[in-house]
Design a protein around this ligand. Structure first.
Ligand SMILES: Nc1ncnc2c1ncn2[C@@H]1O[C@H](COP(=O)(O)OP(=O)(O)OP(=O)(O)O)[C@@H](O)[C@H]1O
Ligand SMILES: [Mg+2]
Length: 337
């Protein structure tokens, strides 16, 4: 659906170049809910804005639904933009207009005939769960309801892609979940491709099928959400995952712990504890648990344990090799000889 090939984007501020995007290569499939996560300034919004032509790359190509954006006419680009909806953190509604009129504004921009407005407005408000609020002004709506208007407006042109730039960042946790559920539902019902920028790994965990992790203008890791949690490779990704699971071990505890400290992950049916107790029996070592957590990523169990292994070096090393083969995801984080 969307392909970024060797994208760079350079801005100039006070005559100094800013490299906002650096050799980004990424493909997003039709019908995906695709997350882009990264720290402030990582280049997420810049990347997203390339999709609807709000920005153009310094080099490289952006292809949307088979069309190379740098090769199309202005008219064709305008047409293509109608197929890409966008929602924002601060909703960007017209304050002086009612819900219905905010939606009508988007219908007009899309060239919908005025006679069709009432029917389309009714369909759209129903789609986002806002029936009965048609005559409310934005100031008479909650944050979640405002974002629903934002979504209705973005869907006015029947787009095939919806871009969400921090769309839930201004909402409380409960409302965030409701909006994410709505997006999930729209993805399932309309086959809408959704690209969602966030700095919260929890948002990714809730609804994204795949995710790209960005840092300093680069995509440092791309994987399915489950793989991101269970086999994070890049330090930035690991940090997000550890934060989400709240398994940062205090430095003081880590320093005081004896033996080999390992971080092990387990998924699905094979639990960490049963594997560990087997290791204790087989290799005659001592294991103490320093930290642990089990979480669920879209209904699949996933756990992390931080444990210290103590005993004769040979036995500890044997146990490690064995554990590695059992769980596939083990990392020695400290080794006090
Ligand atoms: N129009 C612009 N002119 C100059 N620099 C820009 C412009 N737009 C973005 N930048 C710079 O490009 C870099 C990436 O910005 P971008 O907005 O894509 O980051 P982001 O990941 O969306 O961050 P945030 O999470 O804060 O929204 C930043 O260093 C930013 O200052
Ligand atoms: Mg941004």
């Amino acid at each position: 659906m969307i392909e970024f090939a060797q994208i760079t984007k350079q801005f100039v501020r006070d005559r100094t170049p800013i490299f906002a995007l650096n050799d980004v290569n990424l493909t997003i499939e039709q019908g995906e809910i695709f997350g882009i996560i990264g720290e402030s300034g990582a280049g997420k919004s810049t990347l997203l804005r390339l999709i609807n032509g709000l920005e153009t790359p310094t080099s490289g190509t952006v292809t949307v639904d088979g069309t190379n954006l740098s090769r199309v006419s202005k008219t064709a680009l305008r047409k293509l933009r109608l197929r890409v909806g966008m929602i924002f953190q601060h909703f960007q509604l017209i304050q002086s207009r009612t819900v219905a009129d905010n939606i009508a504004f988007a219908l007009k921009a899309a060239g919908v005939k005025r006679a069709e407005f009432p029917k389309r407005i009714q369909e759209l408000t129903a789609l986002v769960g806002l029936e009965g609020f048609e005559t409310n002004y934005p100031s008479q709506l909650s944050g979640g309801q405002k974002q629903r208007v934002g979504i209705a407006r973005a869907l006015a042109n029947n787009p095939s892609v919806l871009l969400c730039d921090e769309a839930t960042s201004a909402l409380d946790p409960v409302t965030t979940l409701q909006i994410l559920d709505l997006l999930k539902d729209l993805n399932a019902r309309l086959g809408l491709t959704i690209i969602l920028i966030t700095h919260e790994i929890d948002v990714v965990k809730q609804i994204c099928h795949r995710v790209a992790v960005m840092a300093h203008g680069e995509v440092v890791e791309v994987a399915s959400t489950y793989a991101i949690f269970s086999q994070a490779k890049h330090p930035v990704t690991k940090h997000y995952v550890d934060t989400a699971l709240q398994i940062e071990l205090p430095e003081r505890i880590l320093r005081a712990a004896p033996g080999k400290i390992i971080r092990l992950q387990f998924t699905g049916e094979k639990t960490g504890e049963s594997t560990l107790s087997e290791a204790i029996k087989q290799f005659d070592i001592a294991v103490s648990i320093l930290h642990g957590k089990v979480d669920y990523i879209q209904d699949v169990a996933f756990g992390v344990l931080i444990v210290s292994l103590t005993g004769p070096t040979l036995q500890v090393n044997r146990a490690l090799t064995w554990l590695e083969a059992q769980l596939h995801a083990i990392e020695v984080i400290q080794d006090v000889a």
